[in-house]
Ligand binder design. Structure first.
Ligand code: ATP
Ligand code: MG
Length: 372
């Protein structure tokens, strides 16, 4: 049986058994959406998009979860809205799974609360569960059970009966394109197919909010793209809210419209993917308006480095093999002028450009590699 939130607060387990998932005890969600097709963080770094007046589908308020002295989740707050895919990014041990398990009411917070479609996971977990589907980072493999039997088990657990149950299973088989594997034993499924089935299982009661813990881990590139498309459909066509954790940052950049970065239990920053990419942490001596530029050169970098250090608006000159990056605090015409002078000086320039920031760059500059 699933853990009861009341009993699990001091008895936290890893939750990778299939029965560890959410199973509401009363009736299931209303009409199927399959038929139809950010807030307080660390005070200094919030760049969340403005959803003023909109009701969040998921809201985490000052959430704490301590294991003895370990602050696994330390005052986490954020909101996610209908139709939004939000990434939950963080290094190993950052507190992602712990937060997600609390959202799924498999664990209780030490302090704080979270709301799913307005229902508190602490005070009203059974209602919250009807609105939420949780896909854990791993789930059990069962002998003597095929794909349909597995979905049927979950449909029964959610209280579906008769035709309603058949419809729910059929809907999931169609959506996940698992129909042709309906009678394949689940312990013989590939990783990609297992993940599809895992996602399908979380959709059986057509929840509004989906919590996916590293769903893309171990998938090959094609399976990742396919999973990404399914998640996109869930948000864009069915207006669901998806919170998805992953280490594959480039992929989260493509799949999510916003993300929160967590380290050592604390949210360091959250905002749109674009805002995160453009986020420039305050480094000593770097103006917030400055731009990182990159110059590739067909020669040793030494003399160019020396020359750059003497130029106005230039700082933080960082040479690598045949290229130099540096901070430039001037405007565009001053940038053009710098390039002109560089060429007049007869440096053999191959490339002169703004360095495009990746999510990895943002992640590396925002996190500090703290391990608790
Ligand atoms: N039941 C528990 N008892 C004690 N400590 C725990 C328990 N569950 C988690 N932790 C600790 O809480 C911290 C956060 O763990 P969590 O699993 O939430 O991290 P994570 O961000 O999901 O990491 P990963 O990327 O490796 O999955 C870790 O230091 C972990 O060891
Ligand atoms: Mg985890």
């Amino acid at each position: 049986m699933p853990e009861s939130p009341q009993s699990s607060a001091s008895d936290h387990s890893s939750g990778d058994n299939v029965l560890d998932d959410i199973l509401p005890r009363d009736s299931v969600a209303g009409p199927s959406s399959f038929d139809q097709g950010e807030g307080q963080q660390t005070e200094e770094k919030t760049v969340a998009p403005d959803h003023t007046g909109e009701q969040p589908a998921l809201e985490i308020k000052n959430l704490h979860r301590f294991f003895g002295k370990l602050k696994a989740v330390d005052n986490v707050s954020f909101k996610a809205f209908p139709g939004q895919v939000m990434g939950f990014i963080g290094p190993n041990g950052a507190g992602k799974t712990t937060t997600m398990r609390i959202l799924a009411s498999l664990d209780l917070p030490t302090a704080g609360d979270a709301f799913v479609c307005g229902y508190s996971v602490v005070d009203d977990p059974e209602k919250a569960r009807t609105k939420l589907g949780f896909m854990p980072d791993s789930f059990g493999k069962y002998n003597n059970m095929d794909v349909v039997e597995y979905l049927d088990f979950y449909a029964r657990a959610y209280g579906f009966k008769g035709e309603q149950r058949r419809d729910a299973i059929e809907r999931v088989l169609v959506f996940t394109e698992l129909r042709k594997l309906a009678h394949k034993p689940i312990n013989t499924l590939s990783k990609g197919m297992s993940q599809r089935l895992g996602l399908g299982r979380t959709l059986i009661h057509d929840p509004q909010v989906l919590i996916l813990d590293e769903p893309a881990a171990g998938l090959d590139p094609r399976a990742r793209v396919e999973l990404r498309e399914l998640i996109h459909l869930l948000a864009a066509e069915m207006n669901k809210t998806v919170l998805i954790s992953s280490h594959i940052l480039t992929e989260l950049g493509e799949i999510c419209d916003s993300a929160a970065i967590i380290e050592a239990g604390k949210i360091l920053i959250h905002g749109t993917i674009k805002e995160l990419r453009n986020f420039r942490p305050k480094k000593e001596g770097i103006q917030s308006t400055s731009e990182t530029l990159l110059v590739s050169i067909l020669a040793e970098t030494e003399s160019l480095e020396k020359w750059l250090l003497e130029q106005p608006f230039v700082s933080h000159v960082s040479p690598a093999v045949n290229q130099i990056t540096f901070e430039f605090a001037g405007d565009k015409s001053q940038q053009a002028d710098l390039l002109k002078r560089m060429i007049e000086k007869q440096f053999p320039i191959l490339e002169f450009s703004g360095k495009s920031e990746t999510l990895e760059d943002a992640f590396m500059s925002i996190t500090e590699g703290i391990v608790q």
